[in-house]
Design a protein around this ligand. Structure first.
Ligand SMILES: *Cc1c(COP(=O)(O)O)cnc(C)c1O
Length: 222
């Protein structure tokens, strides 16, 4: 696997308005540095300890995104340096990110994770819960988080129509929320959807941020 070559191929498939998050979980520092030297600065990790360790070891100008399921008791470890948290899936988690961010005088960018897949194992709000959070919760009082948009993962399936539909659902929710022009959602502009196997579909359906791991770094060794 040549990481720089993989990146060159992927970049050609991603329009300029779509951001690439290089998902580096389970990959060694050398692989991340290869992508870094090929020009990438946004990397995504899904485990707190691994992210923290890589953040200390690797160049300071990397933007680290947390893309996994975040436990409230671990928020404090990553808030000081993380630039975007993709998987906010409960009000309790949002509250904790807000609290830890306030402690250090930071405003942390977050995405609300929406459950769009058929699998029950994937985290996230369902549509009703999402609307409840947006319309009825006190998001406004959380002044140390900035909700930048939505994140979702499609079902793991070969059924392209199914995947496309799930992305469409997420895009519709995104547009609907955006059109409300809530004062606490002034910067609602990121739709994070699409991975190695489905990012082109996701882009066709309106993704603004794709999270790609194995197509860049090769298959992960867990
Ligand atoms: C691992 C992971 C990815 C990347 O998956 P690939 O199929 O390797 O591209 C994207 N998003 C999330 C949330 C992940 O956990």
């Amino acid at each position: 696997m040549n990481i720089a070559e993989n990146l060159a191929v992927i970049r050609k498939l991603i329009p300029g308005n779509v951001q690439l998050v290089c998902v580096s979980k389970f990959n060694p520092h050398e692989s991340i540095l290869e992508a870094y030297h090929a020009g990438e600065r946004i990397f995504g990790e899904s485990r707190v300890q691994e992210l923290t360790e890589k953040h200390y070891a690797l160049p300071d100008d990397i933007n680290w995104h947390f893309i996994g399921h975040l436990q409230t008791n671990k928020v404090k470890f990553i808030v000081p340096f993380v630039s975007l948290i993709h998987g906010v899936d409960s009000l309790k988690l949002a509250e904790e990110i807000n609290k830890q961010s306030a402690k250090i005088g930071k405003i942390t960018d977050c995405l609300l994770q929406v459950h769009i897949a058929r699998e029950e194992t994937k985290f996230g709000f369902n549509e009703d819960e999402l609307m409840e959070i947006i319309y009825n919760s006190d998001l406004e009082q959380y002044t140390n988080i900035r909700i930048r948009g939505l994140m979702g993962m499609a079902t793991f399936t070969d059924d392209i129509a199914q995947v496309r539909n799930e992305f469409k659902t997420l895009k519709n929710l995104f547009d609907k929320i955006k059109s409300e022009n809530f004062s606490c959602l002034r910067d609602f502009d990121i739709l994070s959807m699409g991975m190695s196997d489905d990012f082109q579909l996701a882009i066709e359906e309106g993704s603004t941020m794709v999270r790609i791991g194995s197509s860049i770094f090769g298959h992960r060794q867990y």
